[in-house]
Write a protein that binds this ligand. Structure first.
Ligand SMILES: NC(=O)C1=CN([C@@H]2O[C@H](COP(=O)(O)OP(=O)(O)OC[C@H]3O[C@@H](n4cnc5c(N)ncnc54)[C@H](OP(=O)(O)O)[C@@H]3O)[C@@H](O)[C@H]2O)C=CC1
Ligand SMILES: Nc1nc(=O)c2c([nH]1)NC[C@@H]1CN(c3ccc(C(=O)N[C@@H](CCC(=O)O)C(=O)O)cc3)C=[N+]21
Ligand SMILES: [Mg+2]
Length: 285
């Protein structure tokens, strides 16, 4: 890797964000306010989801917040899940609600997300919060795009006037990422499976964000020299290692900044979840 390319270290930045959150939580509690509480709902036994949920719970405890985990069997009915959401909506000790995705196929994800009180939707997936982001007004923001914007700021990269390409258009990452970049006055292109000539699009990007779940999709020789590359994708290989959507070695020969996998965007997602939970608590009382 030439000295021109710098690794954007998500672990270090996430540690900073978490210590800021911990200090704010301590101040809030010392002033007599309630301990911020995050309810994490996990349906089924998916091992990867179980690992993520454990990470989130540990992260909460580390910053002095309370976490309540609700584990439901894979066969739980949608009605039962909606009843749990209503119960958490009504619980004043719960400031944030996170329903781990994906959900089993018999459950309508949009109905479940739509039932979460928007003020407790710390994932920022509720249509009201996505609408606020689209309108550029304050609200709870999806954690991964928020973490990506923090990573850009930490590298001193201002998206204003730059050409940003977002590869992937999911409701949880790609779309809200495009909206964040648009709010920051980038010119934004969004690619997905039907996009013709992905390499040609990627070659123009000053800022490239990739969230497809296709390991190694983006070749290093597609990267514009000096581009800033954020790799959201995480795939576990057969040997247990994690890998991103960007071919890191060759991409880092051309990029000015690049996030590694692991240790890039992922830790920032969790840090922003904690920050959103604190913001939800502060807004509630
Ligand atoms: N680091 C983190 O904190 C997080 C990481 N992730 C990871 O990010 C990745 C994406 O997650 P998520 O957004 O939920 O995934 P989804 O499967 O919901 O969305 C993937 C998106 O990528 C597009 N896509 C898939 N294949 C291609 C291709 N060959 N060319 C162009 N576009 C393509 C899809 O297009 P179409 O719309 O046409 O189907 C879709 O828009 C996964 O690896 C996931 O594990 C996710 C969340 C947080
Ligand atoms: N309602 C909901 N909200 C989510 O935010 C959500 C979700 N469902 N479902 C799954 C995806 C995925 N996701 C990750 C978060 C952190 C890391 C993370 O911390 N990754 C570490 C590595 C972790 C490891 O070693 O396994 C890293 O990249 O360095 C990864 C992935 C959140 N998601
Ligand atoms: Mg999809």
């Amino acid at each position: 890797m030439p000295s021109a390319c710098q690794v954007l270290d998500g672990r270090t930045l996430a540690t900073q964000v978490r210590s800021e959150v911990a200090a704010r939580v301590a101040r809030r509690c010392a002033a007599g306010a309630s301990v911020p509480g995050l309810a994490v709902v996990l349906v089924g036994e998916d091992p990867a989801s179980q690992v993520y949920v454990r990470h989130k719970i540990a992260a909460c405890e580390q910053v002095g917040m309370r976490s309540l985990s609700h584990r439901l069997s894979a066969g739980v009915s949608e009605t039962e899940l909606l009843m749990l959401i209503e119960q958490l909506n009504a619980d004043p000790a719960v400031h944030g609600i996170l329903v781990q995705l994906p959900l089993p196929a018999h459950i309508d994800v949009r109905r479940v997300i739509g039932r979460i009180a928007p003020g407790k939707d710390v994932d920022g997936f509720h249509p009201e919060n996505l609408g606020r982001l689209a309108a550029g007004v304050p609200g709870l923001r999806p954690c991964t795009p928020k973490g990506c914007m923090r990573l850009l700021a930490s590298a001193g990269v201002d998206p204003c006037g730059k050409l940003a390409v977002v590869v992937g258009a999911s409701t949880i990452v790609g779309r809200p990422m495009a909206l964040e970049l648009l709010k920051a006055e980038a010119t934004v292109l969004v690619a997905h499976k039907q996009t013709c000539d992905l390499p040609q699009l990627v070659r123009q990007a000053d800022i490239l964000v990739v969230a497809t779940g296709v390991p190694g999709l983006i070749r290093g020789d597609w990267i514009k020299p000096g581009a800033v590359v954020l790799d959201v994708g995480i795939t576990r290989l057969a040997d247990g290692r994690l890998t991103g959507d960007v071919q890191f070695e060759t991409a880092s020969a051309r990029a000015s900044w690049i996030t590694p996998v692991p240790g890039g965007v992922g830790p920032m997602t969790i840090a922003c979840l904690l920050e959103n939970t604190l913001e939800a608590a502060e807004a509630s009382a």
